[in-house]
Write a protein that binds this ligand. Structure first.
Ligand SMILES: NC(=O)c1ccc[n+]([C@@H]2O[C@H](COP(=O)([O-])OP(=O)(O)OC[C@H]3O[C@@H](n4cnc5c(N)ncnc54)[C@H](O)[C@@H]3O)[C@@H](O)[C@H]2O)c1
Length: 443
């Protein structure tokens, strides 16, 4: 190139790469939930103009009013970005026509049969393809089975004759957000990305590197899809193992928590996992079944997953048995007792009750004739079947209740102080560690 010549981008890839690198690319995020909203905010903070698309009008209205409904995202941050014109939300998919990039962050639940429910991805793609145009980057972030991006999404996007890697760019990038984790958030969690072609991977990597600290390119969409399933299956199986050990230790009169703490002093080759009342959330109880469903198509049974699923699924029943035995030992029965639940979110310091074991435990206790109340500073109301329960004052409730049960160990609650108010406490999280009392029954 001679001196003074301007390097004008010529190919579709060059044009898009330039827009991404100079942050003039218009970014779109489909699905503004726990995953999509923090991502939208990160890209807006990096200087991009970001448009979120969601079906729920109330969410769209709240974003446009500068009001966050996701605990890890501050309203002040959303408000500042909306006022600056960097962030907006809409229910109208026609905005896709003006966008350069799209991240799809819609739900991927299981059907009742434990088969993947792809309907949200399919419907988002069907709406999006009406407005797709050459020069776009599309990245699927919803957790799914290996093969989804290539087998399901690619044919929909290419149906108009555009070619991946030349006319448009398609990747999968697993979302690893850990709600309530103050140390690791969207920006500093390494981002794995795999494209359907090498130019797609390069485009996806370039995109994420504008707003996130560390990008990890992999060779294919299937590898990227499998990474997420390995991570969550690893957790689910290890939790299953430690839950089974907790049941064994209970039978043998050994304190499992003390065992784990001592084992964790080994400086290599051991990673502690903790037992609990059962799995919860939108990821760990669900994602491994995406893998087992896919491998079943290939004639391979995912036996570890099925086994851990069974063991973890038994934990709410085990907790109810512990409550029943503790009451029986004190001359009472579950039927007719008042049981107060401390914490109903699926894990500490968050407001999410999706798949929370508290739901199963409350339902089982009610079925056995108990009156159940609860306290959760993050969850004001809870729907159990047809009934709505309201979070109440813990001290007052424990004073009246026959038994308290710690299901979620929120950091803001002083459990040792509450012990004085209770007649009996079943502690499924070791929230009362180090305290010795006849009133405490540990998992
Ligand atoms: N929540 C987590 O901690 C977490 C962590 C890692 C990965 N994931 C995965 O990320 C994906 C999204 O999860 P989430 O927790 O953000 O879900 P969510 O339910 O909080 O958010 C999904 C959003 O998508 C919207 N939506 C649904 N269908 C749509 C459509 N067709 N078009 C536009 N918007 C639509 C919903 O209204 C909702 O606001 C899932 O695949 C999940 O497994 C979640």
């Amino acid at each position: 190139m001679s001196q003074g010549t301007v390097n004008v981008p010529t190919t579709t890839a060059d044009v898009l790469a330039k827009k991404i690198a100079d942050r003039t690319a218009r970014v779109g995020i489909i699905g503004l939930g726990y995953v999509g909203l923090p991502l939208a905010v990160e890209f807006a903070k990096a200087g991009f103009s970001v448009t979120g698309i969601d079906l729920v009008e109330s969410k769209v209205a709240r974003i446009n009013a500068g009001d966050s409904y996701v605990q890890d995202v501050q309203s002040a941050e959303v408000n500042a970005l909306v006022e600056e014109g960097k962030l907006r939300a809409t229910t109208d998919f026609s905005v896709v026509a003006e966008l350069d990039t799209i991240n799809i962050c819609v739900p991927t639940p299981l059907r009742k049969t434990k088969d993947p429910d792809m309907s949200y991805i399919v419907s988002a793609c069907q709406e999006m393809v009406k407005y797709i145009h050459p020069g776009m980057l599309v990245i699927l972030e919803s957790t799914t089975y290996p093969g989804t991006t290539d087998e399901l999404v690619l044919p929909m996007l290419a149906s108009g004759g555009m070619k991946a890697g030349e006319d448009f760019f398609l990747c999968f990038s697993p979302e690893r957000v850990d709600p309530g984790n103050p140390r690791y958030q969207t920006r500093n969690i390494p981002k794995v990305v795999g494209g359907v072609t090498p130019p797609c991977t390069r485009m996806g990597s370039l995109f994420y590197s504008q707003a996130l600290q560390n990008v990890v390119p992999v060779s294919s969409t299937q590898v990227a899809e499998m990474v997420k399933l390995l991570e969550n299956t690893f957790r689910m199986i290890n939790i299953g193992l430690v839950n089974e050990l907790a049941v064994m230790c209970d039978r043998m009169g050994i304190n499992i928590w003390e065992v784990i703490d001592a084992a964790a002093t080994k400086p290599f080759g051991f990673m502690p996992f903790y037992p609990g009342p059962g799995l919860g959330g939108h990821c760990i109880p669900i994602d491994p079944f995406y893998l087992s469903w896919k491998t079943r198509q290939a004639g391979i049974e995912a036996r570890f997953i099925e086994l851990a699923g069974y063991v973890n699924g038994q934990m709410p029943h085990f907790v109810v048995e512990k409550i029943q035995n503790a009451l029986n030992d004190r001359g009472k029965a579950v039927k007719g007792s008042h049981i107060h639940i401390l914490g109903v979110a699926y894990k500490r310091d968050i407001d999410d009750v999706r798949e929370s074991p508290a739901l199963d435990i409350i339902h089982l206790l009610q079925k056995r004739g108990a009156t159940v109340t609860f306290t959760d500073p993050y969850v004001p109301t809870l729907r159990i079947e047809e009934e709505t329960l309201f979070s109440t004052d813990a001290t007052e409730a424990l004073n009246k209740a026959d038994c308290g049960v710690i299901i979620t160990d929120h950091k803001t609650i002083d459990y040792s102080a509450l012990l004085g108010d209770a007649k009996l406490i079943v502690d499924t999280r070791n929230a009362l560690r180090g305290i010795s009392s006849e009133k405490i029954i540990r998992l």
